[in-house]
Design a protein around this ligand. Sequence first.
Ligand code: G3I
Length: 345
Amino acid sequence: MPTLKDAYADAFLMGVALNERQYTDQDDRARPIVAAQFNAISPENVMKWESLHPEPGVYDFEGADAYVEFGEANDMWILGHTLVWHSQTPRWVFQDENGDPLTREALLARMEDHISTVVGRYRGRVDGWDVVNEALNEDGTLRDSPWRRIIGDDYLEHAFRFAHAADPDAELYYNDYSLENKPKRDGAVRLVRSLQDAGVRVTGIGTQLHAHMDWPTVAQLDSTIRAFAEVGDVMVTELEIDVLPSRGSQSADVSRREEGAADLDPYTDGLPPEMQQALADRYAELFEVLLDHKDSISRVTFWGVTDGDSWKNGFPIPGRTNHPLLFDRDGAPKPAFGAVVRVAD
Ligand code: G3I
């Protein structure tokens, strides 16, 4: 059977998010899969502010350097993720030495220092950056965050301008989740258009596509790609399909947890054949849409290599395992892997 990257060679890059163990030779199971199957990489955590810049004036590039070197050694397209986000950003970033909120000017200076230092270090080596991550509410308006509260709505414009100044050739993206829902999708298009109208370089939108068995619909995904193609490149940036009940029934799960049901994964010994098939069919229907839009989509990235690596283990239910990716916990390809390859065959 062809590899993922070969099957989709004429369509788009096939990417995967890596954790640190996978490019520092500590994970013998995932590394060969990464090298064989994928031609683009994303850093799951190592390039976030708290990892790169844990204290004022202190940068730690050890993990990020290893990530970029791994990508170069394997001839891969390399993403930087992420420069400006409300999460995984230390509290000190928004405070002065007395613990009081920074002024707009001081926070902009801190943002510029971070972006120019990080993007400048990897200039010409990291191909594209998720410049701003998850700035929108579900209704498409700008989300409340310390960035927005202190700087104002134009914090996004500054972030993109600083990134462009630090590496004029890098691709610069806006990245978010649940963009298949119309209000948020429309908000992303409005946001990116307004930045571009102001002369800011935004090269595309990444839709994370943390999917479920029943969300998004094929029609929702199709409309989202069409809408985003109007303003630039389209990427699927953090794909997996949660096979367990959560969307809609999520609150029911949480109340069961509160009642003491610690482990709500009925498939701890692996997915049974009917669920493997259902997951394979679901992956196939999403990839059929993606392939239809191969002229607009530049990259499709899975958020993890094997089921054991997924952030969905423990989210939204702490301690609950999950099975959302193409390779099982032993690194064996699941039926979903064959289904994805066959869509492009
Ligand atoms: O590094 C510490 C470690 O020192 C500590 O011992 C351990 C104890 O909990 O925590 C470790 O940090 C964890 C980190 O992942 C690295 O493993 C954090 O607790 C944990 O919260 C963090 O989760 C990451 C999450 O972003 C944080 O918001 C997930 O791995 C990562 O997959 C997830 O990725 C995000 C994307 O960046 C943006 N879109 C959504 C996506 C899923 O949440």
